[in-house]
Write a protein that binds this ligand. Structure first.
Ligand code: ATP
Length: 364
C-alpha cells in the first residue's frame, strides 16, 4: 500500500496536449476515481502512472519514491484493463498465477495463493477453464484476481465494468469496492460513468480537456460543483439549466428569465447568468412549501415505477434552456399538454456566471 502523487504532469502527443498541469495527491488506501467525457485525458493519466506512457513533463511518486523513470514492470502496481487482457491459451489458474510464475515462486505457494484469490472473487470452480468459456462478468473477476495476487502497492482500473450489462455492473462495482475496503489497497479507477464515480469513490477527480476541473468527495461535488460543467456531469438525469440575467434595481438583485423572477443576493454581479436546479429537487407544489413556484406544460413523461421523469416546458428563458426535467417520487398520471405547478427551494439552486463558474451564496 502506498500514497501516489502526480506533480505538474503534462503530456503531449506531438503538438496536441492530452494532459495539462495535472497535480493530484492520493492518500494511502484511498479509492480515487478519474471521471470525465471521452478524450479528457483519464486513460493517459492512468497509463503514465502505470509506466505505459512517459510524461512530457512533471514527476510521479509512489509511496514517496519518484517512479517517473522506473520501467512499468518494476512498478509495484497492478492494472485491470477494459479488455481484461487475459491470455486466451491459458486456463484461469494460469492467467491468475502468471506474474508469480515469472517470479519463480514455488509451485505449492502459487497454488495456495491462486486458490485464495479465486475464492475471494468466487471463481474457484472455474480454475481449469479457458477465458473463452467464461461470461463477461467471470472474465472481469479473473482480471481482478490476477491483479490481487501480485499484492501490489496500488490497483489501477481502466473502465473495468464497461463490457458488463447494467445488472452485473451494479453487483461488480459493489464487489470491487468491498474488496478494496477489505484489502485497503490504494486504488485509481478510470471511468466515464458518473454513477460508478459517485458510488465507488472516496474522492472524485472530474477532468475536461486534459485538465482537472474539480476534486472532492462525491457529496462535495454533488452539493457544491464549482462549475456548470461539473454540475452537468454528476447527477442523473443531469442538472437543469435556465439562462437569464442578473438585474439590479433599488439596491436589490434578481434573476430574470422572461416571466420568471428569483431574488438574488445583492452582491451578485449584473449580466448573463444561468440557474442550475437538479431534477430531484423539483417537486409538485401541493406536496411542498417551496418558495419558488412556477407552472409548466408537460411535454414528455417517463414512468419508471418508483419515480416519474417529467419534461416540462416552463415557457420562460431562451428556447435552449426553457425545458426542465423533474424527477418526481412515485407514480404520476400526467398527460402531455397538461399544466403542472412545480416548486423548488432556493437552498437547492445553483448560479453560474457567463463563464460557467459557480457563484457562491447567490440565493438569499
Ligand atoms: P476515453 O474515455 O474515450 O477512453 P480518455 O479520457 O481516457 O477517453 P485519453 O485516452 O487519455 O482520454 O486521451 C486524451 C487525448 O489524448 C485524446 O484527445 C486522445 O485522442 C489523445 N491520445 C491518446 N492517446 C494518444 C496517442 N497514442 N497518440 C496521439 N494522441 C493520443
Amino acid at each position: 500500500m502506498a500514497s501516489i502523487s502526480f506533480r505538474n504532469i503534462n503530456k503531449f502527443y506531438e503538438a496536441s496536449q492530452a494532459v495539462a498541469d495535472f497535480n493530484l495527491e492520493i492518500a494511502d488506501g484511498e479509492f480515487v476515481v478519474l471521471v470525465g467525457p471521452s478524450g479528457c485525458g483519464k486513460t493517459t493519466s492512468l497509463r503514465m502512472l502505470a509506466g505505459l506512457e512517459q510524461p512530457t513533463g512533471g514527476r510521479i511518486y509512489l509511496g514517496g519514491q519518484d517512479i517517473t523513470d522506473v520501467p512499468s514492470k518494476s512498478r509495484a502496481l497492478a492494472m485491470v484493463f477494459q479488455s481484461y487482457a487475459l491470455y486466451p491459451h491459458m486456463t484461469v489458474a494460469e492467467n491468475i498465477s502468471f506474474a508469480l510464475t515469472l517470479q519463480k515462486v514455488p509451485k505449492s505457494e502459487i497454488a495456495r495463493q491462486v486458490q485464495q484469490a479465486a475464492a475471494l472473487l468466487g471463481i474457484d470452480h472455474l480454475l481449469s477453464r479457458k477465458p473463452r468459456a467464461l461470461s463477461g462478468g467471470q472474465r472481469q473477476r479473473v482480471a481482478v484476481a490476477r491483479a490481487i495476487i501480485r499484492n501490489p502497492q496500488a490497483f489501477l482500473f481502466d473502465e473495468p465494468l464497461s463490457n458488463l450489462d447494467a445488472k452485473l455492473r451494479h453487483s461488480a462495482r459493489v464487489e470491487i469496492r468491498k474488496l478494496q475496503q477489505n484489502l485497503g489497497t490504494t486504488t485509481v479507477y478510470v471511468t466515464h460513468d458518473q454513477i460508478e464515480a459517485m458510488t465507488m469513490a472516496d474522492r472524485i477527480v472530474v477532468m475536461e480537456g486534459g485538465r482537472i476541473r474539480q476534486v472532492g468527495t462525491p457529496m462535495e461535488l454533488y452539493r457544491n460543483p464549482n462549475s456548470k460543467f461539473v454540475a452537468s456531469f454528476l447527477g442523473s438525469p443531469p442538472t437543469n439549466f435556465i439562462d437569464g440575467e442578473c438585474v439590479h434595481e433599488n439596491g436589490s438583485a434578481r434573476f430574470v428569465a422572461e416571466s420568471m423572477e428569483i431574488p438574488l443576493n445583492p452582491m451578485t454581479a449584473s449580466g448573463p447568468v444561468t440557474v442550475g436546479i437538479r431534477p430531484e429537487h423539483i417537486t409538485p407544489v401541493k406536496t411542498a412549501s417551496d418558495q419558488i413556484r412556477i407552472s409548466g406544460g408537460v411535454r414528455f413523461v417517463e414512468a419508471l415505477g418508483a419515480e416519474t421523469l417529467v419534461d416540462l416546458d416552463l415557457g420562460v428563458a431562451p428556447a435552449a434552456s426553457r425545458t426542465v426535467t423533474a424527477r418526481l417520487a412515485g407514480q404520476h398520471n400526467l398527460a402531455a399538454g397538461t399544466k403542472l405547478e412545480i416548486g423548488f427551494s432556493p437552498r437547492d439552486m445553483m448560479l453560474f456566471d457567463a463563464q460557467g463558474n459557480a457563484v457562491s451564496g447567490a440565493f438569499c
